[in-house]
Every structure is written in C-alpha cells, then in structure tokens.
Ligand binder design. Structure first.
Ligand code: NI
Length: 186
C-alpha cells in the first residue's frame, strides 16, 4: 500500500525516533509499504518518520544511482535501530533532495565513510563500513530518524533563499506527483 509522505513542517519530522524490537506490530507490512511508497515517489531512501511513524527504521534502494556507481545496482536494504559508530574521511559535496521537501535540491557536505551498526528485517545485527553514495543515502536517512532534515545543514544565506519555498511546501503549495500529507491545509 502506498502511504502519503509527510511534508516539511510536520512536527513528526522533528522527533527523535524510538528504537523497536522484533515484537513491533505490523513491521513486515510497514517495511513493504515503505518500499512501495518510496518506489512510487522515485526515491532512493525513505525513513519511517516520513510516513508519520517516529521509530528508528529506514529503507534504501540505490538502483537509480547504478549508472554512476555500478555496485549500487543491488543495494536494497532495511536498516533498523542503526547507530553510526564513526564517520571518517574528507567531507564531500553532493546535491541532496528529500521526498518530504519536494522541489528543493541543495549541495550538502558530509564525510565520505561511515561505520554503521544496524539490524536487518530479521533483527540480525551487522557492522558494516559504507562509503560514497551508499554512505550518503544512509547519512541522510539516519538524520531523519534523529529528527533532522538536510535543509538544516545549509548556510544561513541558503536557508534564507529557500524560506519561502519551505513555507509553500508546508501549506501544500507545491507541484508533486506522489501522494503527500501537508501539515497545514490551504
Ligand atoms: Ni529525506
């Protein structure tokens, strides 16, 4: 089932998500719905708060990036209760977007390599090093479960420039071709 994606301005996007365990009700269905929702919106990652659920879960599938990085062809994963153990390497710039913030893309600086501990959908624990675009997508989604959005990382000048656009998104004054829920109805 495709779920509405929560738009910028909704308080759920600012909440720190709670950890979950394997007894979390309806988890399998939720994961399936999140993938379906992400694909319908042509996204490469989606975090549970973006469908209104404040828990530490996100899904990624980087297939759209496979043209640039062939190893991302089959990078489809579920991350539960992830913890970034460390971030290393030089910071690099990448033009990020977010399904909750349609129509805005900005360059964001992040470190190149992350060391992540997480559980998969079977609650098996993994410790893995990710780098490049894979790390980038994970860092962006990880921020979501900590209640952070990429626009908060921009310079005060950039923030000022997009202020009006962000306000428009909050009230649903935005062109978007997937299902969304806006915090303030027009
Ligand atoms: Ni996002």
């Amino acid at each position: 089932m495709i779920l509405p994606i929560i738009a910028y301005g909704d308080p759920v996007l600012k909440k720190v998500g709670l950890p979950i365990d394997k007894d979390y009700k309806g988890l399998g269905q939720l994961i399936e719905n999140m993938f379906e929702t992400m694909y319908a919106a042509s996204g490469v990652g989606l975090a549970a708060p973006q469908v209104g659920i404040s828990i530490r879960l996100f899904v990624v599938d980087t297939k759209p990036f496979a043209e640039d990085e062939p190893e991302l062809e089959n990078f489809k994963k579920v991350f539960i209760n992830p913890q970034i153990i460390e971030e290393v390497g030089d910071e690099w710039k990448f033009n990020e977007g977010c399904l909750s913030i349609p129509g805005i893309r900005e360059d964001v600086m992040r470190k190149k390599i992350i060391h992540l501990r997480y559980q998969d959908e079977e609650f098996k624990t993994h410790e893995t090093v990710f780098e490049g675009l894979a790390a980038r997508v994970i860092q962006h989604e990880y921020d979501h479960i900590d209640g952070k959005l990429f626009v908060e990382k921009l310079s005060p000048f950039k923030k000022q420039l997009i202020k009006g656009k962000l306000r428009d998104i909050t009230i649903g004054k935005v062109d978007v071709d997937y299902k969304m829920r806006f915090p303030i109805k027009k």
